[in-house]
Unconditional design. Structure first.
Length: 123
């Protein structure tokens, strides 16, 4: 839970709580495996893990809920809005323009909610 709180903050707890009445075991696995095992590994710092996560979620498509949580997490671990936007732009090369646009629109929602718009120094 400590790693989940550090990375996702309240949003991570909301995800776990949202699973409690349907699949509490899945909520447990989010905490125990995804954050207790994978995110806690020291080989990549949290900001790098979030960059990888954003790229994968954007490439998969249909992961807007998860992207919202992880864009917030990326901000929580020190990525800037410009870095996040650049990472999502880069996904267009490998995952296609529609997925990059969809992910960027999720980022816009998060940035707006956090008072981070308009971006400056964006390419």
């Amino acid at each position: 839970m400590k790693v989940l709180e550090q990375v996702d903050g309240e949003a991570g707890q909301r995800v776990v709580d949202s699973l409690a009445d349907t699949s509490p075991e899945l909520g447990h696995q989010v905490v125990a495996w995804a954050f207790g095992e994978m995110y806690a590994r020291p080989e990549l710092p949290p900001r790098d893990r979030q960059l990888v996560t954003l790229g994968v979620l954007a490439a998969l498509g249909g992961c807007e809920i998860e992207l919202e949580v992880h864009i917030n997490a990326a901000l929580n671990v020190g990525l800037t809005p410009v870095e996040i936007s650049e990472a999502l732009l880069h996904t267009a090369v490998y995952a296609g323009m529609p997925r990059s646009v969809n992910a960027t629109l999720v980022a816009k929602k998060v940035f707006g909610a956090r008072g981070l718009l308009p971006l400056t120094n964006a390419a």
